[in-house]
Design a protein around this ligand. Structure first.
Ligand code: FES
Length: 626
């Protein structure tokens, strides 16, 4: 018996086992917060054909049941079935990509002038057993030994004392301590009987508005062991940060929004531990990166004032917190370091991104942009840095786009339109996977080629006679990127309007920030681009679209998700953690929403590539040839 996914992949169905279990055996992981008890409702699938026996479906509405939805954990196939996995149910574990990335990341650590020297470390001590002549307390005995090892400055919490007497005696006074170093002091976070030093692990997390990404890192050798990611479950409380803040404050849902992301994190890191047969005792630290609102919601802090002028967060620098305080299902004393933020709309993800690029060590003027849900920009070098947020919207992560999705298996990531034949060639992420939607890089490619081939005019309107693929859809004219067996994948005119608004905000943000500090695009020596575009972003196409300025191509560097890369670096290096703190102290913030020149720049950017075509001479010459 087989379970066939709508992507075309076939999975053997285990006799008497639920869909959830059969998929898991083949490395396909669904969200399953309740562990398969049928009570969280997160593991929904749609049974398209074939019969299956369904147990409790109490988490499904009647409408969902009528539409073929079933809980994968409570549904056992009785014959070959075909199922569709909604993107919200999907946990993505990217082990293969992780292994490939590991060397690059270690290289980046070295390139940043750092070694594997994590703030969280372990130390093994053999304490001399007490006697009538040496009758100091257990704690004094421990401190004496640590002092002999050069650890004079110690912070010890009451909660550490509760198991101390038992643990020191369990293995003949040999113990292993987990410690975390901050402000040149060591804090004891966990104690284990015997020698349990190697290997130990850290967890680096990027809480994006749209996705949550978790890295499992070996703290002994610095290797990236595995990666898992998921759509941020807070999406049910709004696609963007503002809607979530409104829901948290005006509808009293702060706790629920906080719980949603904590549950995502627990799902992801526990899955990674299970996959690699590790226990929570092997985890010594968490490092969390994300925008300011995500950080506040993660810490269960009221975000109301972030939204109201003068836009003030509760904190930009966060004290160390602990797993037990926040509901993270690790050892309760495991420390959690939250990246420092700069302002309400420039958060720890941007500080983390700058750390990953190394821009704060360069003499030349550089730019950094993180094209995520908001579009944050930084200009500067080793001496100064100024930042802004340009409200680009989450469309490049798939939100608000009819067939938009993030850069994961099934996403069309590359689109080419042949100008002679008007044929469309696509590339899809994942081997042998059918196209399921289109991600940011695919959207940029498609619109740039649609413009150059005359399918779109500079205002983003479709020219009906230009191609057989232009047709009338539910939301007006649409262009068929891919003809599917069941559903076609299209870009509609409202999708394109959305994308043009986002690219206009990005370009306007660049231009405004540079003019504020008295520079022009010509002064910029390097532009680092971060964002969830998958393997690559076609810079040429992004310039044709008018999202990026027309500069020499070698000045651009696409770096992927720099937020989680920065979190990886801080998990492994005390030195780089110190640099992150310094970056956030050094960076200033400019509020673009009150800038009239930003608004003017934005209006000029609502064309492909731009109202001022002379700023894009290369695109102008391409247009004249096409
Ligand atoms: S895993 Fe929770 S309902 Fe299926």
């Amino acid at each position: 018996m087989n379970i066939t996914l709508t992507s075309g992949k076939k999975v053997p169905s285990q006799e008497g086992k639920s869909i959830l279990e059969s998929l898991k055996k083949e490395g396909i992981f669904l969200t399953s917060s309740c562990g398969g008890k049928g009570t969280c409702g997160k593991c929904k699938v749609i049974v398209k054909s074939g019969t299956a026996e369904s147990g409790s479906q109490m988490k499904l509405s009647q409408k969902e049941i009528d539409e073929g939805y079933a809980l994968a954990c409570k549904t056992v196939p009785s014959e070959d079935i075909v199922i569709d996995i909604p993107k919200e149910s999907m946990l993505v574990v990217e082990g293969r990509i992780a292994t490939e990335k590991s060397k690059d990341l270690l290289g980046l650590l070295k390139l940043s002038g750092a070694d594997v020297d994590p703030p969280a470390s372990r130390i093994v001590l053999q304490l001399p057993p007490p006697s009538l002549d040496d009758n100091i307390s257990d704690l004094e005995r421990l401190k004496r030994e640590l002092l002999a090892h050069g650890l004079g400055c110690l912070r010890i919490h009451y909660r550490f004392l509760t198991g101390l007497a038992h643990t020191v005696r369990e293995n003949n006074w040999e113990i292993t301590l987990s410690t975390i170093e901050s402000d040149d002091c060591h804090e004891i976070t966990n104690i284990f009987p015997g020698n349990v030093t190697a290997p130990h692990y850290g967890i680096a997390i990027d809480i994006g508005t749209t996705t949550v990404v978790v890295y499992l890192i070996n703290l002994t050798d610095g290797s990236l062991v595995d990666v898992a990611s998921i759509y941020n479950s807070q999406i049910q409380f709004g696609d963007d940060v503002i809607t979530r803040i409104v829901n948290a404050t005006e509808h009293d849902q702060l706790k629920s929004i906080n719980r949603a992301v904590i549950s995502d994190i627990n799902n992801l890191f526990l899955l990674l531990l299970e996959t690699h047969e590790l226990t929570t005792d092997s985890i010594d630290s968490f490092v969390i990166s994300g925008n300011t609102t995500m950080m506040q919601l993660f810490l269960n802090l009221d975000p109301a004032s972030i939204r109201e002028e003068p836009y003030i967060p509760t904190a930009n620098f966060f004290p160390l917190s602990y797993a037990g305080e926040l509901g993270i299902k690790a050892n309760p004393n495991t420390p959690i370091y939250v990246f420092p933020c700069v302002a309400s709309y420039v958060g720890g993800d941007i500080v983390s991104g700058i750390l990953a690029t190394g821009m704060h060590r360069q003499d030349d003027v550089c730019m950094f942009i993180d094209i995520g849900t908001n579009g944050e920009i930084v200009v500067g070098n080793s001496e100064w840095m100024i930042s802004a947020a340009c409200s680009a919207g989450p469309c490049f992560e798939g939100s608000g786009i009819k067939h938009g999705m993030r850069a994961t298996d099934g996403a069309i990531e590359d689109v080419r339109i042949n100008p002679e034949t008007m044929d469309v060639e696509i590339q899809v992420i994942g081997e042998g996977v059918k196209p399921m939607g289109i991600c940011g890089s695919g959207m940029i490619d498609a619109i740039a080629d649609m413009f150059l081939t005359g399918i779109l005019d500079p205002k983003g309107k479709m020219q009906k006679e230009s191609s057989d693929r232009v047709r009338d859809g539910e939301e007006g004219p649409e262009f068929v990127i891919h003809y599917g067996e069941e559903n076609d994948i299209v870009l509609s005119e409202p999708d394109i309007e959305n994308i043009i608004r986002a690219k206009a905000a990005i370009y306007a943000g660049f231009a405004t920030l540079l003019s504020e500090v008295g520079f022009s695009f010509d002064d910029v020596q390097k532009i680092y681009i971060a964002g969830g575009f998958g393997k690559f972003l076609d810079i040429e196409k992004a310039i044709i679209l008018g999202m990026l300025p027309e500069l020499a191509r070698e000045k651009f560097e696409y770096m992927g998700n720099t937020s989680v890369i920065g979190a990886y670096l801080c998990t492994l290096s005390k030195k780089l953690q110190g640099e992150a703190e310094e970056i956030s102290r050094q960076m200033t913030y400019l509020e673009l929403s009150v800038s009239s020149s930003f608004m003017d720049e934005y209006m000029s950017g609502l064309f492909i590539p731009h109202t001022n075509i002379d700023a894009f001479p290369g695109v102008k010459s391409l247009m004249s040839k096409s």
